[in-house]
Design a protein around this ligand. Sequence first.
Ligand SMILES: O=c1[nH]cnc2c1ncn2[C@H]1C[C@H](O)[C@@H](CO)O1
Ligand SMILES: [Zn+2]
Length: 372
Amino acid sequence: MGPSDTLTIDDCRLAPKVLLHDHLDGGLRPGTVAELARECGYLDLPAAGAGELGDWFARAADSGSLETYLQTFRHTVAVMQTPAALSRVAREAVEDLAADGVVYAEIRFAPELHTEQGMTLDEAVEAVLTGFADGEQRVAATGRPIVVRALVTAMRHAARSLEIADLAVRFRDRGVVGFDIAGAEAGNPPSRHQAAFDRMRDANAHFTIHAGEAFGLPSIHEAISFCGTDRLGHGVRVIDDIVLPPGSRPDQRSYPGAILGPIANYVRDKRIPLELCPSSNVQTGAVDSLAEHPFNVLARLRFRVTVNTDNRLMSGTSMSREFWELHRAFGYGWADFERFTVNAMKSAFLHFPQRLELIDEVIKPGYAVLLG
Ligand SMILES: O=c1[nH]cnc2c1ncn2[C@H]1C[C@H](O)[C@@H](CO)O1
Ligand SMILES: [Zn+2]
């Protein structure tokens, strides 16, 4: 497509997409939240109907603070306390992503949040994996195949990260491809969970860390230098280590004269993937607006940027919508989206031959059609 062509969300749905950062408890269908609440007798939902619930989540999450944003998860986690509920949510997530044109996804969740009614950590993981497998089977039959794997997350304010890392290693050949920490970033630095990351490294297993979202460079520094993270969840604040010439705009095609500090250079040199989540960053106040998102600066400076949803319910978004928003803000076309998608696939925690197969057999042929 040429620079004057305009893409719609429906066009973006046609493109093969790869999603590395998506929370299971942030991606429920509003109607499913309502139905599960009825089934389990949860009476605290802030609205009754699917439409109103969807609006409520988007509004409440649009708070300008990560801490307030995170409070909305109380309602989704409350209705995800049985194996049946977890499996259903997992299956629907796979169906929704496949319908949106996602061909590979790593969906994360925190097993420790799903034990309120007696489910064990292992049972929670098994329920999610059952749902993923079920979803994969159903969508394969519709001709929109997708490969989905799980990441298990530990909550950074809690003290169960070593257990969760162990869980990730135990389930490594059954569909769990990595480990993560999430939750309120300020006051809970990555190094608090050093033992868990050491456990992962000892097992030669992969992990990512939410860092550089609500807290800046010190968090990124710890995640890469002490903890040895494979990827950065968000990592958007790496921009704080880059000085642009006065008068630079967020939508330029190149940034000559940009000066990178040591952290930014290291992240770029080592090709550490950034799991960027544009809409989520606007909601939590990490950036002021989509038009001012550092995505474009980082992409033009050739960081390994990837496009992600974070929480589809809380942001009322999808991968196609994130692509479309980036297209509107920065004028990206198919060649750009292919690069971001290949970046993401290269950064996946799947084994190398499977990554290569998806790039060669699915992603490149898909974009070749779009590029004409
Ligand atoms: O963007 C995020 N930053 C930090 N924590 C997050 C984000 N999105 C979701 N979470 C938390 C809330 C969920 O309950 C938990 C596990 O998915 O992860
Ligand atoms: Zn996240």
